[in-house]
Design a protein around this ligand. Structure first.
Ligand SMILES: Cc1cc2nc3c(=O)[nH]c(=O)nc-3n(C[C@H](O)[C@H](O)[C@H](O)COP(=O)(O)O)c2cc1C
Length: 245
């Protein structure tokens, strides 16, 4: 995972192959009971965390749930929806709370013998200033006013400067990891269904989710069952959603 290409990478999948993979993924709501091998799960998680992410602080975590007793507990938490009867559910959590440790990790785990000075400076000074919102978000409030003044003179990145900004910050990167995860399972021949249809309070209790973590999706995974795709694919025409300038 320490790939550091200095040359443009040759295309690994043809546009047609990538299109076929993306087009073949559908939200699948019925699965066979066949378990998903741990080796497949691990491979897919490795690809999930290769997702681009803000400042490489990797603000996500995952709970891999295969235990039948725990899966049975999750089913009612997901309002008993069919998709939640999968043999595997992965809870995808955004972590606005892990940036401080992640800054330390980048320096400690830097994949070269010497940590470049610019990296050390960024992760020990710039990033902590950027992401620390202080107790009750008060530092964020101060930074908002500071940025407003400084931005009168030159363009400045204005966020994240509040606890809410931090949640959005973490969710963006984590959603990209979730998509990688779904496509990775698809490439192994396993179907998925992302679910936000769950009772968050009960979910937090059942999975013992840390208070500051945000469960953005539960990912149901398994071999596709019968009558498992409910509707034909529908996407709005690009013309309704894209502006070319
Ligand atoms: C954030 C998110 C939450 C979703 N939650 C549910 C859900 O709780 N239950 C469900 O059956 N499908 C859920 N879906 C699946 C969507 O309904 C589905 O992706 C959409 O209808 C488009 O269909 P397609 O994925 O087959 O193209 C969710 C999708 C996303 C991205």
């Amino acid at each position: 995972m320490t790939s550091f290409p200095n040359e443009p990478t040759p295309a690994m999948a043809s546009p047609a192959e990538l299109r076929a993979l993306i087009e073949s993924r559908r939200a699948v709501r019925r699965f066979t009971p066949e378990p998903v091998p741990d080796a497949v799960i691990r491979d897919c998680l490795e690809l999930a965390v290769l997702a681009p992410n803000s400042c490489n602080l990797q603000p996500w975590s995952f709970q891999v749930i295969r235990d039948p007793a725990l899966l049975a507990q999750l089913h009612p938490v997901c309002m008993s929806q069919n998709a939640a009867r999968a043999p595997l559910i992965i809870a995808v959590l955004a972590r606005p709370d892990t940036w401080r440790q992640a800054c330390r990790n980048v320096i400690e785990q830097w994949p070269e013998a010497e940590v470049p000075a610019r990296i050390r400076r960024f992760y020990s000074k710039t990033a902590p200033f950027q992401y620390n919102q202080g107790p009750l978000g008060l530092l964020g409030l101060f930074k908002r006013q500071l940025v407003r003044l400084m931005a009168l003179r030159k363009p400045l990145m204005r966020k994240p400067n509040s606890k809410a900004d931090m949640r959005l910050w973490a969710v963006k990167s984590t959603a990209l990891a979730a998509q990688n995860l779904m496509l990775a399972f698809q490439s192994h021949g396993y179907a998925t269904c992302p679910m936000e249809g769950f009772d968050e309070v009960r979910l937090r209790r059942v999975l013992d989710i840390p208070r500051q973590a945000i469960p953005i999706m539960l990912l149901a995974v398994g071999r596709q069952g019968e009558k498992s795709v409910y509707n034909p694919r529908l996407r709005f025409p690009l013309e309704q959603q894209v502006i070319w300038r």
